[in-house]
Design a protein around this ligand. Structure first.
Ligand SMILES: O=P(O)(O)OC[C@H]1O[C@H](OP(=O)(O)OP(=O)(O)O)[C@H](O)[C@@H]1O
Ligand SMILES: Nc1nc2[nH]cnc2c(=O)[nH]1
Length: 186
């Protein structure tokens, strides 16, 4: 998809900051404590859900001081748009999941279909336990009912970017969590 860089800059300028960098860092600290309590000593395999899971997992790793391994998978429903459709698998994890304690890490749980399908896949592959972790859980009535085990923050029903979450492929790097203005939501 080609997007005019002017639009990308405008979206950032017009966005509302929902969460500061310090607030996100604080949420990451709490998430790391909960992941540690749940999985330290179990030799877990952490899976980043690319692309958005890259940032929260990268920021969690130095906060987790026990033996663990890291792999990734790539599955996407939004594909750089602001609405989701079918889940497309681009890459399955390389590591065998048989008998593993698997920790799936993603940036956001919105309608729930992405993590639901990934957790189901991990179980089908023989994972011993599957723990899902998200930085953000968005609140609305369109959820499929899937709940993550560890949630950093809950957020209102707006299209968000920053800390892994993109706007048309951009601003995953934004230092905070921002809601795009309504004029850019679709
Ligand atoms: O709960 P859901 O409504 O299923 O949506 C959540 C998913 O949407 C985003 O991924 P996206 O498909 O945008 O791909 P990305 O990770 O490359 O941004 C996000 O990273 C989650 O994986
Ligand atoms: N960037 C981004 N990706 C999403 N995927 C599902 N919901 C969202 C959202 O609000 N922002």
């Amino acid at each position: 998809m080609s997007v005019a860089i002017d639009e990308i800059n405008r979206v950032r300028q017009q966005a509302r900051r929902i969460c500061s960098r310090a607030e996100v860092e604080d949420a990451l600290n709490h998430m790391a404590e909960r992941i540690t309590a749940r999985t330290a000593g179990r030799n877990p395999l952490l899976l980043a859900v690319m692309n958005g899971g890259l940032v929260p997992l990268g920021m969690l790793l130095p906060r987790l001081d026990f033996p663990l391994r890291v792999d990734y998978l790539h599955a996407t429903r939004y594909r750089e748009r602001t609405f989701g459709t079918d889940l497309q698998w681009k890459k399955r994890p390389e590591t065998s999941l048989e008998g593993e304690t698997v920790v799936i890490v993603d940036d956001i749980l919105d309608e729930g279909y992405t993590l639901d399908a990934i957790a189901a896949y991990c179980r089908e592959q023989g994972a011993r336990e599957v723990i899902s972790v998200v930085l953000v859980h968005k609140q609305h009535d369109r959820s499929n009912g899937f709940e993550a085990d560890i949630v950093g923050m809950t957020m209102p029903d707006q299209y968000l970017f920053g800390y892994g979450m993109d706007y048309k492929g951009y601003w995953r790097n934004a230092p905070g969590i921002f809601a795009v203005g309504e004029e850019h939501e679709h």
